[in-house]
Design a binder for this molecule. Sequence first.
Ligand code: FES
Ligand SMILES: [Fe+2]
Length: 456
Amino acid sequence: MAIIDQTSGLAARFAMDPEFPDRVPKERYYDPDFYQLEVERLWPRVWQMACRLEEIPRPHDVVEYEFLDQSVMVLRTGDMGVAAFQNACRHRGVRLVQGRATCADGFTCPFHGWCYTVDGTNTRVPRRKSFARHNMEPGDIDLVPVRCETWGGCAWINFDNDAPPVRECMEPSASILDAWKVESLRTEKWYAARLPVNWKLAVEAFVEMYHVVVTHPQLDIPGMRYSLRPDAPFEPRAFIDAEIDYLRVMSEGMDGMVHANDVRVAEGLRGMELPADPNLAISTWNRALNDAIINWHRERRADIPDINQLDEQGLNDTFYQCFPHYFVLPMYSSASSYRFRPLGPEETLMEIWSLARFPEGEEPGPPAPPEVWDAADPRWPPIPAQDFSNLPRQQQGLHARGFEYMRLNEHLEGHISNLERTIDGFLAGLPYERLLPALRSVNNSPFDKPVLDLGL
Ligand code: FES
Ligand SMILES: [Fe+2]
């Protein structure tokens, strides 16, 4: 499908070529006009993860969500729902909230003192009578609401009043992550990176496994389940050691995702007996580890699903996209989570959360917003540090005169094509009925996904 402007009928430059869906034109990652098309056609129509709900735990807590040149305030209502407003005073536009606040008494503009209730109603205009009546129309001086819904432990906003509800737009990730009880996770760590790359380039560094062996060689541990060779003899003891090594390297490498508690639970199983048959050994180990982790958390009254049951239902992958910019990476009890925000054609803000389960009543307080680090900051945990070391070089390499397009492996990197073509669907201005099947394909586990027919 080419990007065809529904009003002018003109095809946009740098659309994905329907004949070669495994090639991505390089200009999509830096051309200012293409970026502007995304600003106008993609972002105003999609659900954006505006904040985690633990950032606004009490009634009238409010947090500012900034995106491109927009600012939205997201607040907890008195009944523990959420609401959102455009963050601009109706007088002369001053942003009413910066960062975080509580607004039990509503909002007072610091410039001339206009006041608004928590539901956005204007209650005070100093020297009201001296304004012309047409500028004081009731309703016209209230805060402008923004669509806001909750799902998955987060508040989501959308500038498109015609978009389906957030949960419907995130299927099947939504149902799978609900079964995994994603909503009961809380923030344990929160990182932010300013990356000198296009937002899609940043996203696409994380949606395939093809890079893992070379970029993260420490994850290629001989003897673990992913590296078992059919011709090599199977050693149950060595297998268990390799599995536990893998979990520890993941946990330390991500500063989360596999929680340190889960690694300790795995350590406790080191002496267990396994069948000699490799397939039976792998499934026995997985079941035992899942059971031990479930029991550890339930003894502490933490909310955790039966992850063995999810395994049986095929609902226990380690990566789920929520198009376009939010991701959850569940492993055992815990998860990493990513959000990407464009800052310009070649600059992106990426956040990483380490999410964990806590006993009821022992959840941590609102997480402190992270300091934003550069890609090369020495404080990054090893795995993101490795991914971030490639990204600036890739963004620079794309500009090479002799480089025209990325050539994707249509089996291992198909998700990138699926993602790019779904974006083209938005850029073409297609209605949501036509976009939903593509969203169903993209909002799923991206690893080793082939290039799919998206029906666009
Ligand atoms: S800009 Fe808000 S009161 Fe004037
Ligand atoms: Fe990676």
